[in-house]
Design a protein around this ligand. Structure first.
Ligand code: DGY
Length: 320
């Protein structure tokens, strides 16, 4: 049986597929394939490992209905028409649980970097070469004992909450579709309404999937309700916040700062005013970009394909 891998992945996962008797072909270029190129590559294949956020829409599933399984090398699946996959009878898996720590690290890093204007300060040093100690200029704010509000308390949100509590004694509040008893026991997290999350948090961090319910959840109305000293963190998806509204909220002092690992679109335009703001840190979607996490994700994707090959259920299937 044959599998196509849409971009390069760690060799360990490729070897694993080969050992299990799969014939592997890979797009070894550094370029994402277009939908047409993907369809053409999948024509004589049984399985696909999708790398990156290429959209698999209903047309793709009509053309590739012969596939016996698709493994994503990501947790997020907002780029996949899951209903169309199900209709075509194709199981799709993700890498749930593979990037808990790495993404929580980035949320933590952004929180501290924003609170101390670290990226802006570093840029000043690099570009102006003259910046040195100043007693009153460009001061940051502290986060010790403040309140961290988590929007979407799954494994990543909980990991971030644990770090914030251990390092800074932060109080944790959260808003979720369901009550998270584990988090309540582990970090004393308290469930609150979304409005309460907005008004009470000093730092508010999004850890939800992108869905019609979460799209543009952080908009003008939400930013207006937040504290003027609040920091907004997004390591989930760029469309969770409304970018124009975020820019306006920062310009008008509705909130204090923002740390974004995700933007809309990606990459962010070099002209975007967010890039010039002292209390904003932008990263290029590196939440899972460590050797360890990417290896784990690729091996997990390979294991899902191997299971599908033997006719068993993919362990991380998302269209049940
Ligand atoms: C994910 O796993 O969803 C990350 O955002 C990488 O795409």
């Amino acid at each position: 049986m044959k599998v196509f891998i849409a971009r390069n992945i760690p060799e360990k996962a490729i070897e694993h597929l080969k050992e299990k008797g799969l014939e592997v072909s890979i797009n070894r270029t550094s370029k994402h394939l277009t939908r047409e190129q993907l369809i053409s590559q999948c024509r004589d294949k049984d399985f696909l490992i999708l790398v990156g956020n290429a959209k698999l829409d209903s047309y793709f599933f009509e053309q590739c209905a012969h596939l016996k399984g698709i493994a994503l090398t990501a947790v997020g699946f907002d780029h996949i028409d899951l209903d169309a996959a199900t209709k075509a009878g194709i199981p799709v898996s993700n890498t749930a649980g593979s990037l808990r720590k790495t993404t929580a690290d980035i949320a933590f890093l952004l929180m501290i970097a924003v609170s101390r204007k670290a990226f802006f300060q570093a840029k000043e040093v690099r570009e102006k070469q003259k910046k040195s100690f100043d007693f009153m200029e460009d001061l940051g704010i502290e986060i010790e004992n403040k309140t961290l509000g988590i929007y979407g308390l799954g494994d990543i949100g909980l990991e971030f909450a644990k770090m914030a509590k251990a390092a800074y004694g932060m109080k944790i509040i959260y808003h979720n579709r369901t009550i998270n008893k584990e988090a309540e026991n582990l970090v004393g997290a308290k469930y609150v309404s979304f409005d309460n999350l907005l008004t009470r948090s000093d730092v508010i961090s999004a850890h939800v999937n992108l869905s019609p319910e979460t799209k543009y959840k952080f908009n003008k109305d939400a930013f207006e309700k937040m504290k003027k000293s609040a920091i907004f963190i997004n390591t989930a998806r760029g469309k969770i916040h409304q970018e124009e509204d975020l820019i306006a909220a920062l310009q008008q002092g509705e909130i204090w700062g923002a740390g974004l690992d995700v933007t809309d679109p990606e990459p962010i335009s070099p002209e975007n005013p967010l890039l010039e703001m002292p209390t904003v840190c932008i990263l290029p979607h590196i939440g899972s970009a460590t050797v360890e996490a990417r290896t784990k994700m690729a091996v997990m994707a390979a294991n899902n394909i191997i299971c599908a090959k033997t006719g068993s259920k993919m362990p991380q299937v998302i269209n049940k």
